[in-house]
Design a protein around this ligand. Structure first.
Ligand code: ZN
Length: 251
């Protein structure tokens, strides 16, 4: 597939609404690059049947990512199954889930990008919460760094981490599969949908960018701003123009 200068990261529910084939065609026609398909993961479940269903869903996600020519499948690990307090078990289930889909993903040439999420999401979204933890998973499942497994680095989730610079260097070019930018607003009014436009918050974006470039990352910068209270209410053209402008000035 040709890669355009503009990328999109489709969500699977939108993709299913449109149909994978129709979406792939529209993407080709507009010469867009699919930076990543969002999202696989959500592995932990209360029982074996639930875990099996999650793995099957992830295998479908791999097929969809392949059909779209996505540069990676972004994994949001999943949190605690309802009623559970066993975070360690949930983390083992995530490891086992990724192990179960990795061979198929490699066959399909769909790199798996584990996205560590800010610890505030550990219960309900992702129990992989630091870059180091995501890289440990990569090292466990792909000890020789054969490729096809790495991380999606989202500044919103990792900006606070005192080990971030070290982690990015440790990840290196082969494990850095995606880079998501936005900003951290002070105060944050909603845990999920109050992300800021670059430049409106406290994340030192140029510094983080310098670290990923030092590590050899040459991929897209994906602007990812969940913003129920502000940007989702505005005219999309204005939002895109602002993204372009802010990316040039603040990233
Ligand atoms: Zn992200």
């Amino acid at each position: 597939m040709r890669h355009g200068i503009l990328g999109i990261a489709p969500w699977r529910d939108q993709l299913h609404e449109m149909g994978v084939r129709a979406a792939a065609k529209a993407i080709r026609n507009h010469e867009l690059t699919v930076t990543g398909l969002c999202r696989g993961g959500m592995f932990p479940a209360w029982d074996a049947a639930g875990r099996k269903a999650a793995i099957e869903d992830n295998l479908r996600a791999v097929d969809e990512a392949q059909a779209l020519g996505a540069q990676c499948l972004v994994l949001v690990a999943g949190g605690l199954p309802a009623g559970s307090k066993d975070l360690a078990a949930a983390r083992e289930q995530v490891r086992d889930g990724i192990a179960a889909i990795l061979p198929r993903a490699r066959e399909a040439r769909v790199p798996i990008a584990i996205e560590p999420l800010h610890p505030m999401y550990a219960a309900d979204r992702a129990c992989v919460n630091t870059l180091a933890q995501a890289l440990d998973l990569c090292d466990t499942l792909d000890p020789e760094n054969e490729g096809g497994l790495g991380v999606a680095l989202d500044v919103y989730h990792v900006w606070w981490d005192p080990q971030l610079e070290h982690g990015i260097a440790r990840a290196g070019k082969r494990r850095l599969l995606a880079f998501h930018v936005c900003d951290w607003l002070v105060p944050t009014r909603d845990l999920l949908t109050d992300r800021g436009m670059m430049g409106d918050g406290v994340i030192d974006l140029p510094r983080i960018r310098s670290w990923i470039e030092l590590a050899g990352y040459k991929g897209f910068h994906e602007v990812e701003i969940f913003s129920e209270l502000d940007w989702w209410k505005r005219d999309p053209d204005e939002v895109l123009e602002t993204c372009k402008d802010r990316h040039q000035r603040f990233c």
